[in-house]
Design a binder for this molecule. Sequence first.
Ligand SMILES: Cc1cc2nc3c(=O)[nH]c(=O)nc-3n(C[C@H](O)[C@H](O)[C@H](O)COP(=O)(O)O)c2cc1C
Length: 317
Amino acid sequence: MILTEVPVVTAALEAAVRAPSPHNTQPWLFELAPGVIDVVLDESRVLKVCDPEGREARLSCGAALLNLELAIAAAGQSCDVELLPARDRPELLARVEIGPRHRTTAAERRLAAAIGARYSNRRPFAATPVPAGARYAVRQAAREEGAKLVLLDEVGLSGAVAGLIRRADHLQTLDEAFQAELRAWTKERDSRDGVPAYAGGPRPSGGLLPVRHHGESDEAREFERDPVVAVLTSPTDGPLAQVRAGRAMQRALLTATSLGLSASFYSQPMEIPSARTVLRSLLSESDHPQVVFRLGYGFPGTTTPRRPAASVTRFVR
Ligand SMILES: Cc1cc2nc3c(=O)[nH]c(=O)nc-3n(C[C@H](O)[C@H](O)[C@H](O)COP(=O)(O)O)c2cc1C
């Protein structure tokens, strides 16, 4: 039997590629050896303008890693994970060794089931408030992975951060190189990567937050007046912290999905170094902001395509 035919490996890889990534670049490769799946950063897919350090790409690989671990657990196997296992190969982000049988927990089953249901919902959300229990669960999910999720309305920072997002968005709108890169990753309906126009959101008429333009129509819609915006922070920065933060981001997003919540990202202030510094000081923390997203009750949308797992997998031994 070849390795991708081992059902647990197939399930793990199919789950991994469902992770979110900036502009749907899918910056990952998986290297297979008997009982081992390596998660490798595909440097050719790191966005040169938007993400020159590869930080968002590492977050995405961290999210793919969590999907992989959850799918293995849901298939009834255990696994051991080592982050950045090889000093001389920094693009090798994680090594997952599949272990003995494991009794799947209810939480693992629930989160694994959310992997295929999660998608970025850039449309207006209902005015229904996000209840305290759901807020706690999403915050707790990030904490479980060593990160912190700050819900801005709880700390009185919604207006200030929305202003920062709008200013950063304006700078990106004026940046020709940024716009050219965004256009290059805005794709037709049948493309296996990039963001299809149908996944974009309408232009907000008023409202606090701008929506990144993915070639959707110019229709304008009213967005919720008081969006719930979350900032995920990590205690340190650098490649290891970013892979961990990606895992925390994904656990928070999957927890939100499992509770019927939708999310969409606002990375504008994360992609302009001076804006990221301002965000960090607004939070008045030593922690490092890694990702910003909005949470709420969305109207049903659709998932976006991915390259098939087989096309991002290679056999090494
Ligand atoms: C680190 C990161 C940053 C992102 N930033 C943005 C953003 O600023 N605006 C946006 O509309 N989508 C953003 N996205 C969402 C991606 O475009 C989306 O994940 C990708 O197109 C795949 O679609 P899906 O999330 O619906 O599966 C981001 C995703 C990641 C992982």
